[in-house]
Write a protein that binds this ligand. Structure first.
Ligand code: ADP
Ligand code: ZN
Ligand code: ZN
Length: 731
């Protein structure tokens, strides 16, 4: 009797066996409905044979087959099965994670009609000048005069939904649904005429990637900020598309701006699909299906776009490969960059990892000759490198966190009608509220962490668990009303700048000012209109944006980053510093970078400023080798949480014993813990961790595999919440 081994989206690392009825045809990778407990669930057939650990007569039967062909492409299927194993994550959760939501719900894998906005006859005949008083409507109708617009493209084109609805009420436009026909873009594809002439380094990079005969090579494109990496991607894609193959481009979470998308769309006469947060579930499904049929030439998206199936994938590009948003930090903690390299290898296609500040992992792989490096050392066009200065804050009297020398330099840049970036990686008004009389500090009880003051919203907020409470008027300790904010956040900086530069517009770009949909675009638009302006921002500002009018970048307070307990802190700071300072002087104007610190002598600053990121990275890599930290060894982090600060360490100690008893455990296995996590309390839970380290990734995997089979037999396992992070990047 044939038996289907079915994966279900449950947190158990196993499949479930079902008998296949006689007249049902099933293949691996298809969805089925099966009885599970008292419910009916959608599952995915992982394999079929005629064996089961249960007596065959006891098996329940598959109720329905939902697909006749596998949902996953062959390479995606290999990737997911491998990844579930590597990350020791339940196979059902992994397979479901890779599907668009309608497919997880058991809906058919079919294209539903797409919605278009179009101008009605009356709308076409309407004079745009008549809408002068409603500029948003005017802009929307102007766009529709050019032709219909897909609903999912309205955000990219900056068309305002309520403006479209107003036009619709006036009968000037309407929305229409249309079946999606497949478009044979391959036959119509032509090379772009009006592209930039590549400089020598760019041309050599494109030639090397193209010349490798389409086979797997992992390329590191190490190009300083503004060196024209995106132009290289575009030319590489052009070569791939010209051969009728498709391309996948991954960008960091924050990198999916309308400008980026526009650069890809403008360049190619081929369908570019973008997986951005404004899409609804059926639009995501449509992109997924179109890519798998070969109807889409390019898919651009963040981390999870990696799981798009392609009919004929020709290249993968990962922009800003060092960016931490490629690592999923909850549930299945995969690293999209690492999985992308695996996928490219298994499909035997090239992959390009681009960055101005490559991760130490990637540089290590270059050293080991697993990846090949291409360098862009000069800024493209006529942009020059920025000048860098350190301002020693010791003994200086600061105004709004700014030293007098910095205020002076800001004046000069602004008077020349240029823009200035003030970088402060701390959002909110102030990072703490202190009682001046007794020293009490407002603290989140659930996290043992200071509350941040958010003045405009009039509350205290915990940046760890997001809990909020009103700002108190009286100290709960001594009753004093003399409560003072300590330190400066971006909100306060914005407020206190005003008197110094009364006539200069300020854009604050942080998570608080950009949480509403479209808000980031609004800010960026204002910046791109040009003219003098001060930009205040957190690390959101460091990523990928091209600000042609910015000539001065100042980092206001970096001392916290210089003294951290995390061994990755130096790498993160070096990347952040290099990326932020890369925003200065991008379009032919001389840029300047100013760094304020109390520790100008700090070795990290010395090497970064004097020699640059590459020198920093080689030194950091050598230092990590001395102590055998990653990438010279592999890490797995196991974290457990409890409510009483006792069960978690007990469980981790039991697990530690189990790991040590593994037949694969040898002298080189190093176990650290149980110890409290770097952030020992969060949301009312106490957090403990156990770190595993081994020079051999394969050996570490063996130790884990043998121990995890037994983990549920540990008495502590059921009493705590625990999770596993393979190749962690935090903690
Ligand atoms: P990166 O991605 O490395 O930061 P971009 O590709 O965004 O750099 O290029 C930075 C700027 O330089 C852009 O305005 C781009 O149009 C311009 N640029 C890139 N390549 C060239 C070139 N070969 N000639 C002239 N300008 C270029
Ligand atoms: Zn007090
Ligand atoms: Zn909290």
């Amino acid at each position: 009797m044939p038996v289907a081994h079915v994966a279900l989206p449950v947190p158990l690392n196993r499949t479930f066996d079902y008998a296949i009825p006689e007249n049902m045809v099933l293949v691996a990778g298809c969805r089925v409905t099966v009885p599970f407990g008292t419910q009916k669930r959608t599952g995915i057939v992982v394999s079929i044979d005629d064996t089961s650990e249960l007596p065959l007569a006891d098996l329940k039967t598959v109720q329905e087959a939902l697909d006749s062909t596998p949902l996953y492409s062959a390479s995606l299927w290999r990737l997911l099965l491998w990844a579930a194993n590597y990350y020791h994550h339940p196979i059902g959760e992994v397979l479901f994670h890779a599907l668009p939501i309608p497919l997880r719900q058991g809906k058919p894998a079919l294209l539903s009609p797409q919605s278009y906005w179009f101008a009605t006859e009356q709308g076409m005949a309407t004079d745009l000048n008549g809408l002068k008083r409603a500029p948003k409507q005017q802009q929307a109708l102007a766009a529709l005069h050019q032709g219909p617009v897909l609903r999912q493209q309205t955000t990219e084109l900056d068309l305002n939904d309520s403006a479209l609805q107003s036009l619709r009420r006036k009968g000037l436009c309407d929305i229409r649904q249309e079946e999606q026909a497949s478009s044979p873009w391959q036959n119509m594809f032509t090379l772009a005429q009006d592209r930039l002439r590549l400089n020598t380094e760019q041309a050599m990079a494109v030639g090397a990637i193209h010349g490798d005969d389409d086979h797997f090579t992992a390329w590191l494109l190490a190009g300083i900020t503004g060196s024209g990496k995106t132009e290289v991607y575009l030319s590489v894609l052009e070569n791939v598309l010209a051969r009728g193959k498709q391309a996948l481009v991954l960008v960091p979470e924050i990198g999916l701006t309308p400008q980026t998308i526009a650069r890809f769309r403008e360049r190619f006469k081929a369908p570019v699909d973008v997986l951005h947060s404004g899409l609804n579930d059926s639009e995501r499904l449509a992109t997924w299906i179109k890519a798998s049929r070969g109807d889409t030439a390019i898919v651009i998206g963040t981390r999870s776009a990696l799981f798009t199936p392609f009919r004929n994938l020709g290249v993968i590009v990962i922009d800003e490969e060092h960016d931490s948003s490629y690592k999923q930090q909850e549930g299945w903690r995969y690293h999209a960059r690492d999985l992308a390299v695996w996928r490219a290898h298994s499909e035997d296609i090239p992959i390009v990892l681009g960055s101005a500040t490559p991760s130490l992992e990637t540089l290590y792989n270059v050293q080991q000759r697993k990846y090949r490096q291409l360098k862009l050392t000069r800024r493209a066009g006529n942009a020059r490198p920025a000048m860098q200065h350190v301002l020693d804050l010791k003994g200086q009297s600061l105004q709004a966190g700014l030293s007098p020398a910095l205020i002076n330099r800001m004046r000069q840049h602004l008077e020349a009608d240029n823009q200035v970036i003030l970088f402060l990686n701390r959002r909110g008004y102030a990072p703490a509220l202190l009682c001046h009389d007794c020293g009490w500090i407002a603290e989140c009880q659930r996290c043992d962490h200071y509350y941040t003051i958010h003045q405009r919203q009039r509350h205290l907020r915990c940046h760890h668990c997001d809990s909020q409470r009103p700002i108190p008027h009286q100290c709960p300790g001594c009753g004093s009303t003399h409560l003072v904010p300590v330190g400066t956040g971006t909100e306060q900086l914005e407020e206190s700048l005003a008197p110094f530069f009364p006539s200069v517009p300020v854009s604050r770009i942080d998570r608080d000012t950009t949480s509403r949909k479209g808000a980031l675009e609004k800010h960026l638009e204002a910046v791109h209109r040009g003219g003098k302006r001060i930009l205040i921002g957190t690390q959101m500002l460091a990523k990928g944006h091209h600000f042609p009018d910015v000539t001065l970048v100042a980092l206001l307070d970096v001392d916290g980053a210089l003294f951290s307990a995390d061994f990755r802190a130096a790498e993160r700071f070096a990347q952040l510093y290099t990326q932020v300072s890369g925003r200065a002087g991008r379009a032919g104007k001389q840029g300047e970078v100013i760094l304020q610190t109390h520790h100008p002598e700090h070795p990290l600053l010395q090497i970064l400023l004097a020699k640059g990121y590459d020198a920093f990275a080689s030194q950091a890599l050598a230092e990590r080798q001395k102590v055998m930290l990653p990438p010279w060894s592999s890490h797995v982090l196991i974290r457990a949480e409890d409510h009483n600060n006792q069960l978690a360490p007990v469980f981790l100690q039991q697990l530690r014993n189990l790991l040590q008893a593994s037949p694969a455990a040898d002298q080189q296995l190093w176990l650290l813990g149980p110890v409290p996590a770097l952030q020992p309390k969060r949301g009312g839970r106490f957090r403990w961790q156990l770190l595993l380290q081994h020079p051999s990734r394969a050996r570490l995997q063996q130790v884990l595999a043998t121990a995890l089979v037994l983990v549920n037999t540990l008495p502590g396992a059921k009493k705590v919440k625990w999770m596993l992070d393979v190749d962690p990047i935090e903690g």
